[in-house]
Ligand binder design. Sequence first.
Ligand SMILES: C[S@@+](CC[C@H](N)C(=O)[O-])C[C@H]1O[C@@H](n2cnc3c(N)ncnc32)[C@H](O)[C@@H]1O
Length: 367
Amino acid sequence: MWGISNYKSSGEKAVENIADIQEVNRLDQHLHNSFKNKFLIEPSLTRLLVSFQANKTQPIYRWYKYKEAFSASLVQLLLAKYGLTQGKILDPFAGSGTALFAASDIGIHADGIELLPIGQNIIDTRRLLNSEFTGDDIHRLKNWINLKLWKQFEHQLTLPELKITQGAYSPETQTAIEKYLAACEQENPQIQTVLLFALLCILESISYTRKDGQYLRWDYRSGRGSGKKSLNKGNILDFDDAITQKINEIINDLEPPTQQIELFPTHKPQGKIHLYKGSCLEVMPCLPNGSYDAMITSPPYCNRYDYTRTYALELALLGVSAKELTHLRQEMLSCTVENRPKDLLAINQNWQLALSVAENQTLLQAI
Ligand SMILES: C[S@@+](CC[C@H](N)C(=O)[O-])C[C@H]1O[C@@H](n2cnc3c(N)ncnc32)[C@H](O)[C@@H]1O
């Protein structure tokens, strides 16, 4: 809609843009007025509750700080409010799986769909730790931090990187990570999964980068991102300290204090969790009708927020190639801001109604 003709002067275009914005505001006001009586202000839904912040103090949920996550308390509050105590829920944009685990904790089954390998890894590892991890495995993890096994290892594995992650760590940190990866290879698959996950949890804190909105910002010490965009990140954690602390946190959360076990010996039934890996656009049409009692989700905004950039360190470590990264990014965009009605209908004819609602929504079209 902007700058329809190339032959207009910049002054004429500016006037046109102001007129467009005024039209958007008018339509917005109109829509707001039509739904005025439906809006409710719910004071209990504070920023702390709806965002990831509340998870930071919750055992297990605090392991990986998924910035776009909502809190487990919010999910449980909603389930309680709508009286859902059994059955099955769906989260088609599962992220780190908050909705799935919060539902499962109170005995509700949960299916999730997630496109990005980082979210998939978080969910898979938590499921493993919930069910198949044994006392022996915990003992092995304790061994890892007591003996700092990676430090005794001579051999190194090359840390996979992408163009946008080059130079993300100091040379000492990079060597420590590469020794750690090589040492991990000696372990059984379960321990390997948890050790890799622990590394994913600390990557940002030991790197020169910080996740910021829709991209990575680079600390001035990295030599990248000079000028206005460079940042002073403050303390960059030492690899040995950070990984020891993270593995300790995981062990502590998995082993409740003995006193607590004796006082509350109950074993709560947990709901089953299933994760579909891929785009919800492709997966959802294949799900059987009427199989869910509720859907709890937080979709990406309809903008160009690029998760593949924000999570580039993690995706590189997980072995995602540059080509795969572009593909993931395209799959995300085609679900939101770059979706094309023709492609959507090719996936599922039943979306015609939703598409015509969007097409006839004047405010959406004006934007
Ligand atoms: C706002 S986050 C959800 C966070 C989640 N509620 C949590 O608590 O962790 C949105 C998620 O949707 C995922 N996503 C984006 N496009 C997708 C698609 N087409 N199919 C499936 N997942 C997608 C993103 O990778 C991201 O993890």
